[in-house]
Design a protein around this ligand. Sequence first.
Ligand code: SAH
Length: 249
Amino acid sequence: MSTATKGTVYLVGAGPGDPKLLTLRGKELLEQADCVIYDRLANEVILEWAPQAKLFYAGKRAGNHALIQEDINRLLVEQAKLGRIVVRLKGGDPCVFGRIGEELTALNAENIPYEIVPGVTAGIAGSAYAGIPVTHRHVSSSVTFITGREALNSQSQGTLVTEGTLVIYMGMKTMEDMVAKLREAGRKDDTPTAVVEWATHPKQRTVTGTLATIAAICAKEDIGSPSIIIVGEVVRLNKNFAWFGENLP
Ligand code: SAH
């Protein structure tokens, strides 16, 4: 095991949920951490690898005010300056829609050393666990990760009409508008579309349909968050390759 350094911040990807999808590097750092600052989506079972660490919860929880980003930045700086081994645990990969830029900027400003430990992002893990390779020869040779908000933004129409696979994060609340936008942008009504809820968790559910039908299917099956939405021809492969969780309809 390589030793972690005091006064350093380790920004660690927790993976999408299944604790075994955390990297070996992530686990060895948790085992040495003096403190762990973690978000909601990180599976809390992972924290059992850091029984010695002081835990700080930085995510949102009902009835409880979330730490705002500046508070998190301040906490990271403060704990590192106390000479602690600091693990900043983030769901999925810390660099994918994880607001890591703000935290790195704050650390740079105080000359605090850091290491980024990648994690398995939900868009990759969720697709794989639903038996949907995000690229497939002769079917799709590119994949785009976007947020629901971005998909709604008309500036990004170029992205939306891409031939390749689209993987949408944080898109459930705006699903209907987003689907309308994709159709408007030229994506065909019958484009295969899947939604993977609680990917890699034992309660994972996958629904498949088309751009025209997916919103109604999600409403009927009561699919909520966290979920990723996958749009493109590769979704058809789910019929042959599904291997995990519940597959509807
Ligand atoms: N950094 C994270 C993403 C954070 S944004 C990563 O790399 O995965 C939060 C969004 O990620 C959620 O709204 C959802 O779209 C997606 N997500 C995270 N965990 C998920 C899971 N287990 N199953 C499905 N989607 C998930």
